[in-house]
Ligand binder design. Sequence first.
Ligand SMILES: [Zn+2]
Length: 445
Amino acid sequence: MAEIPAAVERFQELLRIPTVSHADEGEIDTDAFDAFLAALIRLYPQTHSTLEREVVAGHSLLYRWRGAESARPLVLMAHLDVVPVVEAEWTHPPFGADIVGDGEDAELHARGAIDDKGSLVAILEAVEQLVADGFAPARDVYLSFGHNEETAGDGAQEIVRLLEERGIGPGLVLDEGGAVVDGVVPGVAVPTAMVGVAERGVMTAHLTAREGGGHASTPPATPATVRLARAIARLHRRPFPTRVAPPVRAMFATLAPHAPQPLRWVFGNLAITGPLLAAVFPRLGPEMNALVRTTAVATELSGAPGENVLATTARASINIRLLTGDTVASATAHVRRAVADPAVEIEVRHGSDPSPVSPWQGEPWRRIATAVADTLGDDVITTPYIQLGASDSRWFTRVSSHVYRFTPFHLTRAERDALHSHNERIRVAVWLRGIGFYRALIRAS
Ligand SMILES: [Zn+2]
């Protein structure tokens, strides 16, 4: 880029601080988190002289910008941790924040460029600009920045606990989530802002098959490993049933007028076509599949401790994402039926049901849709959907019935695929427009 805007330089500086989350707390570089918090204070002086700031649970941050009224505040969420990198896979250093290319196509390459420092820094840029402009919010604005969204998530949980204790009931909560995308629904060419009104639940089921033991030279008819493999294969062959949950139904209804015939008719008459759509969607790729059913996949596998030893215990972790309408209990029952083998133990660990569903009508929803149209393009259609991954916002459903998940960046398929993978990047022009979205949302609150 010929000349780098100051906002982008601040973004680069924050992307260069490796605030990497690890499930094993001993591996976390707390100095990086300290440095990140210190850099925020230095880079956003007006914000820090105007907003009240609390450090929560070690490195999470809660800011309060007092408005004329404290009831039904706006909460803007983001997280400051990023997932680990495999450096060798990256074309540009993951913590280098290099700018590649020029003009509208210039890209900023870094872990966290989208998820989720992209949002966090855009929010702070918006607030800093508004404070500098002398803007006074009509309602309180809170900024909630978790430090371990990618792992434990207890930073955000603690923030919610504080809000609850103080009797604060947000009128609108916005966290990371769907982006502005093209062609995500087959046949719909208009750009769509995918706003998550719910997110799927998460659970892990452990399947265990046991065996008396013995020597690998004289294996029994059905060793524990085979029993386990059969259970996994059965579960794979008997996926969860498909169905069109209400937010997905609303998504189709919203997009129907923008689809060509006969899709327009199909999307617009779901009472008739719903079951057909639900049956066809799994064939249109993993995202469409995940939108119409609970998904399950075997992740960790373990067996014998040595190559010439029979496994006395063979175990698999099944990662299950629960579609709105399913529960940990109903999913467990499905797994049991699919496996159909009483000798395979099924144990559920870390289960959480799908989130409540926020409305896609009413004033808070319109505030988001208006900010989208005003800042990201008046051709962009704002539509509800069910977020496929989990976010910190699920904790906020305890204190607010208007929790939405949207990242105000227009992203390509390739850019979305790089999340949690290598070569995460964002186009600079796209990121700068995101700042405008947060400004508009704050101004309207
Ligand atoms: Zn994230």
